[in-house]
Each structure stands twice: as structure tokens, then as C-alpha cells.
Write a protein that binds this ligand. Structure first.
Ligand code: SAM
Length: 277
């Protein structure tokens, strides 16, 4: 039986042509076909790298049909590299569909990591990077957009959003309505000459961005975390704290243990306080 080819998901630069890995270049040189979101755009990159390869267009609106064509070629044993116009394929770019089909057909997928605007913006944002949620582009449909904004407002993770250049103002306005004065960093023109990070909060950021052009990633502070049990009980007297648990039907010994834990103090101390309680 003929051996299937492999699908390489190759990350390409998001602006600066030097942001391409040695492995990505080697892969683009070695594959049989390159599937590209915009073949003219990718041709510029390939010319820069002095690579000449057959190109197939693979973009959002022909993803379904073109996936089948690519699967046929992979089954014939051809190795294919998938690239998008910028960054990592499959991240707010075509890629998802063909990956799913390859898995169904037992075709090997090899990701070649590299630039991605979301990660590049997040790490320099100054906001929490431990936990974040990537929303891609917000929906344009009014109802869906409203629901998504409501979901975002409840999320405690740092929020990462992509936005098209001409929609920045209206998106900032919508975010402000829901998220009020949360911190925001706008990462503009990443890796390019005019790269800049505009930091502020949603209520004052508009003054800093009027008429700015380019590509943007928005990084927004998550919802403030619910206060810890230590903060919650700090405002109660010891008696109130005791009653809080007594109301739940707990016994004295158990209550004392919990109070000591909540307040991070020794059990004996609480025990002594409530000796005659
Ligand atoms: N696949 C890409 C990636 O890995 O980041 C994202 C493609 S998505 C169609 C394009 C969006 O990514 C832009 O609208 C912008 O929000 C963001 N983006 C891409 N390049 C950027 C850059 N150099 N600076 C800021 N944002 C960028």
C-alpha cells in the first residue's frame, strides 16, 4: 500500500520577515505542495526565501471543497504544508477543517510552531498571563455579540481579542459599555516598525487611539476574582464567623477548626476564645 503524505502546519511571520524558524523554512523547501490562504501573499514570502513550489489556494470559503482535494493529494503520498497569510494556521485562520479530516483519514499532522499574534501580544501586555481566554474576532451579529460580551464580562481570565483595523473604535466602545474601567493593552503592529503597546483602561483608552492605523490585538483584564475566604471572614467578628457555621448545623469542634483555617490562625487560639461560648 502506498504511504500517505503528511500535513505540515507551518507558522509564518506576522510582520517581520525574520520571524520564521529554520524548521519552517526547511519544511517549505521539502514539501511537494504548499496550500496557502492567499497564494499571492505567500508567493512574496516564498520569493524572499528563494523557494519555488506548486501552490494551492485554501481559504475560509473554499475550505470544505479544498480540504477534500488536499486529502486526495495526501493519500497519493504528497507532503503538504499549510500556511496562512500571517502567523499560525488554524488560529482565526483556515486550518481547523483539514486537521479534522486528516485525523479521520489517519493522515499524520505535524505542527511547525512560530509566530502567533495572540501570544506575542499577551506576553508583553503587562496583564496576567497565567490564565487567559482567546476569543478571536468578536461576532458581528448583534445578538451573538451581546451574548459574547456578557460571557466575557464574567470571565476571570485575561481576555485576548483580535480586531480588524477599521472596527477598533466600535469594539472599544462595546467593550467599555460592559467592562467599564478594566485595564486594557492594545498591541499594535506587532513585530513591525511601528510596533507599540498602548496601555490604559477602557474608559480612557479612546483618547489614546483616535485615528491610529494598523493591526491590533486587544488584551483586557479579567473579572476581579471572588474574594478569598480569608478576605470574606476578615470583616466579620469572631462571633459572627461562629454563627455563620452554626447556622449550617455544624458542631462546636468542627466550627472552631473551620474558623482557624479561614483565618489562618492556630486552632487553640480560637478554642480558647470560645471556651465558654
Ligand atoms: N493566524 C494569525 C495568528 O497566528 O496570529 C491570526 C490571523 S487573523 C486573520 C488576523 C488578526 O490577527 C488581525 O486582525 C489582528 O487582530 C491580529 N494580528 C495579526 N498580525 C498582527 C500584528 N502584526 N500586530 C497586531 N495584530 C496582529
Amino acid at each position: 500500500m502506498e504511504k500517505f503524505g503528511e500535513l505540515y502546519l507551518v507558522a509564518t511571520p506576522i510582520g517581520n520577515m525574520e520571524d520564521i524558524t529554520l524548521r519552517a523554512i526547511k519544511t517549505l523547501k521539502n514539501v511537494d505542495i504548499i496550500a496557502a490562504e492567499d497564494t499571492r501573499h505567500t508567493l512574496k514570502l516564498l520569493n524572499h526565501l528563494e523557494i519555488s513550489k506548486p501552490l494551492i489556494s485554501y481559504y475560509r470559503h473554499n475550505e470544505d471543497v479544498k480540504s477534500d482535494v488536499l486529502i486526495e493529494k495526501l493519500k497519493e503520498g504528497k507532503n503538504i504544508a499549510l500556511v496562512s497569510d500571517a502567523g499560525t494556521p488554524g488560529i482565526s485562520d483556515p486550518g481547523e477543517e483539514i486537521v479534522k479530516k486528516c485525523i479521520e483519514e489517519n493522515i499524520n499532522i505535524i505542527p511547525i510552531p512560530g509566530a502567533c499574534a495572540m501570544v506575542t501580544a499577551l506576553v508583553a501586555s503587562g496583564l496576567d498571563t497565567k490564565e487567559f481566554t482567546f476569543y478571536g474576532f468578536l461576532p458581528m451579529n448583534k445578538k451573538l455579540r451581546k451574548a459574547k460580551l456578557a460571557e466575557i464580562s464574567e470571565n476571570e481570565n485575561t481576555i485576548v481579542i483580535y480586531e480588524a483595523p477599521h472596527k477598533l473604535d466600535s469594539t472599544l466602545e462595546d467593550l467599555k459599555q460592559v467592562l467599564k474601567d478594566r485595564k486594557i493593552t492594545i498591541a499594535r503592529e506587532l513585530t513591525k516598525i511601528h510596533e507599540e503597546f498602548i496601555r490604559g483602561n477602557l474608559e480612557n483608552i479612546e483618547d489614546k487611539v483616535s485615528n491610529i492605523k494598523g493591526e491590533f490585538v486587544l488584551i483586557i483584564e479579567g473579572k476581579k476574582k471572588e474574594s478569598s475566604s480569608q478576605d470574606k471572614f476578615a470583616n466579620m467578628s469572631l462571633e459572627e464567623h461562629y454563627e455563620f457555621y452554626a447556622k449550617e448545623g455544624l458542631e462546636k469542634k468542627e466550627i472552631i477548626k473551620l474558623i482557624a483555617k479561614d483565618r489562618k490562625v492556630a486552632k487553640n487560639e480560637i478554642y480558647r476564645y470560645f471556651l465558654n461560648y
